[in-house]
Design a protein. Structure first.
Length: 306
């Protein structure tokens, strides 16, 4: 433990490693980390980003798959003299409340992070390396689209998380059904130039998350049971370099994506559905009653990239 305090101060998490040899058992505290030094600076590489201090085989396998990424990330932070600038776009209904707190805190550690209203700003500043657009709900104007396109054309990176449909779980809390329909965000032409189209459809998958359903009881004392909800697909990593080591990702009311051949643009899907999936066109009626027991049939046989 000579260097234990220093490693803990750097963010290392100690692991209790127990080894069984014949009839004897030994226990040691280890730090599964590497420390990289570069031009007087240090960076900690966490070799075991597990959730428990007792190593499980699944967590060890996951750590092994992520090791290359962990080293690459640490080297990138050390060799880049300046922190990249990340701007979170607002002005089109993007959430800017407590739901984004964890995002802001995480990004502030390694990036110059700020809020940018692209509606009021005359242009996206040169200091911005990456523009984040997260769940907009108000259509983009042609002036805003021009600013985004100019930003990308001069080398800026654009990261979008788009819900193309108005389909929210909150709507089902008041009544057992809701209608999913197009938000009309006016992003179709912009994305088309970049070689993709976010469809105005809904993905349904037999590999899905579960939500509580009322299956009996009274209004004052309802009986709840967790049942599969096919509109909440559990997505798989697509298997490319960018998704290597990625675990399952739970989505809610996801849209499918089609790619379009555009010269000079390369595309790599990150997440796909299971083979037991389907898409439904919209506007669509979403009912809590329809999905309590969906059989596996020929309709659920279409893998889609998201």
């Amino acid at each position: 433990m000579k260097y234990g305090d220093s490693l803990v101060n750097m963010g290392a998490v100690p692991i209790n490693l127990t080894v069984q040899r014949d009839e004897t058992q030994s226990s040691n505290i280890i730090f599964p980390v590497a420390v990289i030094n570069y031009k007087g600076r240090q960076s900690l590489v966490n070799l075991y980003p597990g959730v428990s201090r007792e190593m499980s085989q699944n967590e060890i396998n996951s750590a092994e798959a992520l090791m290359e990424y962990q080293f690459a990330q640490a080297l990138d932070r050390l060799t880049n003299e300046k922190k990249p600038g990340v701007a979170y776009s607002i002005g089109n209904g993007e959430p800017a409340d407590a739901r984004t707190f964890d995002l802001r805190m995480t990004l502030q550690d390694h990036y110059h992070f700020g809020i940018l209203d692209i509606n009021k700003s005359p242009r996206i500043p040169a200091e911005v390396d990456l523009l984040l657009i997260v769940k907009p709900s108000i259509p983009f104007t042609e002036d805003e689209l021009l600013k985004i396109d100019q930003f990308v054309m001069r080398g800026g990176k654009l990261l979008c998380f788009i819900d193309n449909l108005i389909a929210e779980r909150d709507s089902l809390a008041l009544k057992p059904e809701t209608i999913a329909y197009d938000r009309n965000l006016n992003l179709t032409d912009l994305f088309f130039r970049y070689g993709l189209r976010i469809n105005t459809d809904l993905v349904m998958d037999l590999q899905c998350d579960a939500i509580p359903f009322v299956v009996g009881g009274t209004s004052g004392n309802p009986q709840l049971e967790f049942l599969r909800w096919n509109y909440y697909p559990v997505l798989l990593p697509a298997g490319g370099k960018l998704s290597k080591g990625q675990g399952y990702v739970a989505a809610q009311f996801a849209n499918s994506i089609d790619t379009i051949q555009v010269e000079g643009v390369k595309k790599e899907p990150l997440l796909v559905t299971s083979p037991n999936s389907r898409i439904i066109s919209t506007p669509a009626l979403i009912s809590l009653n329809e999905n309590k027991d969906v059989p596996e049939d020929a309709k659920f046989k279409r893998m889609r990239s998201l």
